[in-house]
Design a protein around this ligand. Structure first.
Ligand code: PLP
Length: 260
């Protein structure tokens, strides 16, 4: 019998195409040596061309999955992704309010194809209920604009974005600057320490699942016992490798690769 690996839980939506969401999360967790578990919040019919349909699960089903996992198996870290509605955001935030495990919140808004993964009416709940329970919140620049109204045009604007996100209560903010041109630069800060993380930009359009992968990699490293800056640095390296190795699948945007 081998010793149990650290256990990590993703609370997120399913991507039938296997590139993002729960499927990307669990692949990342396997690659990083933790036991991956899932609370599915929504099911999407999705492929490389976009999201063709999405169905939320009842709040009761989400709560029951969480209780089953936490009460018996236990978790060393949690990651949240697509939460779909205000009702689900509030229910998940209430569950996570009681956990000692670090919580990585990827405040997923819309997909790369522009498909909505969170109702506009849920933004207030994300700000008021979900961000305050986050150990690390990982918004990209579109999500920063949606949540805080701060529009970032260049690297220096990322400090103001981080301040605006931290005002909602997460312990750390990771502002992902990948949508700017040039190197992929992210800013990690808790309001006093600042860590600028830089990676080369790969000329590869097959980047489906990037945000899910990064947040899951952070949660996996936290479960191994890394502190937040160590976990985020290792996760950025992991996702950079996965982007460099991303491959074409179907007729649109292919996924990042977890087997690199
Ligand atoms: N589908 C699901 C279920 C997701 O959770 C996400 C992102 O979090 C996406 C799709 C979008 O992935 P991307 O924007 O990388 O294409």
């Amino acid at each position: 019998m081998s010793p149990a690996p650290p256990r990590v839980l993703t609370v997120a939506g399913s991507d039938s195409g296997g590139g993002a969401g729960i499927q990307a999360d669990v692949k990342t967790m396997l690659a990083l040596g933790v036991h991956g578990m899932s609370v599915i919040t929504a099911v999407t019919a999705q492929n490389s061309l976009g999201v063709q349909g999405a169905w939320e699960l009842p709040v009761e089903a989400v709560r029951a999955q969480y209780r089953s996992v936490v009460d018996d198996i236990g978790v060393q870290a949690v990651k949240t992704g697509m939460l779909a509605s205000a009702e689900l955001v509030e229910a998940v935030a209430a569950l996570l309010d009681g956990t000692d495990a670090p919580v990585v919140v990827d405040p997923v808004g819309v997909s790369k194809h522009g498909d909505p993964l969170l109702a506009a009416s849920a933004l207030d709940s994300v700000r008021a209920k979900l961000l305050p329970v986050a150990t690390v919140a990982t918004p990209n620049l579109d999500e920063v604009a949606q949540l805080t109204g701060v529009r970032v045009e260049n690297e220096s604007g990322m400090r103001e974005a981080a301040r605006a996100v931290l005002a909602y209560g997460p312990r750390w903010a990771l502002i992902k600057g990948g949508h700017l041109s040039g190197d992929a630069v992210d800013l990690l800060t808790d309001g006093s320490e600042e860590h600028w993380l830089r990676a080369p930009r790969y000329d590869n359009r097959h980047t489906h699942g990037t945000g899910c992968t990064l947040a899951s990699a952070i949660a996996s490293r936290l479960a191994h016992g890394d502190c937040v800056p160590e976990a985020v640095t290792a996760a950025k390296e992991y996702v950079t490798g996965a982007i460099a190795a991303g491959f074409a699948l179907g007729g649109g945007i292919g996924p990042v690769d977890h087997g690199w």
